[in-house]
Design a protein around this ligand. Structure first.
Ligand code: SF4
Ligand code: F3S
Ligand code: FES
Length: 253
């Protein structure tokens, strides 16, 4: 079945812009990205949008639909009432390049700030041994497609540009948590304490577990429950554990 939908699409660039109105044909089974492509083909050939796989796997087509961060290629038109106006805007937390395309380089800078896995000394690749449980746990985090919807929705940076230098965002705090729970990571032997770094360098304390990141994740990763809260608990346990406290005092002497 075909119907005509009313769309509002943000058009503009870094200097400013606004919502443009379009009446556009919608066919059964289509997703919002199909409609954006139809607009490019029929009404707005210069409409800028980033996309790649159209299968929810590349993480490129992130935008906001009716104010909610979503993948354009995974949002079916059938979720909207045919009479409803569908509003498509660029990710709000990142600077606009043009139309629906934003500059997400903030996220790549944050990725570079997280020191990589440190191989255990004395073991060659192929000699690593881990409990299956320790292998399974981070598999969930490895499903991340780096769409940055969680980074966009988190209130710590969404309307607070000033927090960006101090806060890595849920995706990269999850990466720190993954490395911290890795039984073979030898970062500590190089003087890197991942728990201290989580608080001091990546802003774990800014997260007040609102769970908006988890709600928008297209891979259904339980970012808050399985990565951020356990990381906060490990940091707190250490801080309030009297033996750890005593150890740190002795070491400091
Ligand atoms: Fe996207 Fe989820 Fe990865 Fe965040 S954790 S970047 S929402 S896939
Ligand atoms: Fe932000 Fe997620 Fe924490 S939305 S506040 S990182 S739970
Ligand atoms: Fe690849 Fe949407 S186009 S996730």
């Amino acid at each position: 079945m075909t119907h005509t939908a009313h769309f509002k699409v943000w058009r503009g660039d870094a200097t400013g812009g606004g919502l443009a109105d379009y009446e556009v044909e919608v066919n059964e089974g289509e997703v919002v990205l199909d409609i954006i492509h139809r607009l490019q083909a029929t009404r707005a050939p210069d409409l800028a949008v980033r996309w790649n796989c159209k299968a929810g796997k590349c993480g490129s087509c992130s935008a906001e639909i009716n104010g909610r961060p979503r993948l354009l290629c995974m949002t079916r038109m059938s979720v909207f009432d045919p009479a409803e106006t569908v509003t498509v805007t660029p990710l709000r937390a990142f600077p606009v390049v043009r139309d629906l395309v934003t500059d997400v380089s903030f996220n790549y800078a944050k990725a570079r700030d997280v020191p990589a896995f440190v191989p255990p000394p004395g073991l060659k690749p192929g000699e690593y041994r881990m409990a299956q449980e320790d292998v399974n746990r981070p598999q969930e985090f490895r499903k991340c497609i780096e769409c940055f919807l969680c980074q966009d929705v988190c209130h710590v940076v969404r309307d607070h540009e000033e927090n960006k230098p101090a806060f890595a965002g849920p995706r990269f705090l999850m990466r720190v948590a993954e490395l911290d729970m890795h039984p073979l990571d030898a970062a500590a032997e190089t003087g890197l304490d991942r728990k201290t770094a989580a608080q001091r360098d990546h802003g774990l304390g800014y997260c007040n577990i609102t769970k908006c990141c988890t709600e928008v994740c297209p891979e259904s990763i339980k970012i808050t429950d399985n990565a951020l809260i356990p990381m906060k608990e490990r940091v707190a346990d250490r801080r309030y554990d009297p033996l750890v406290w005593l150890g740190s005092k002795i070491r400091r002497r």
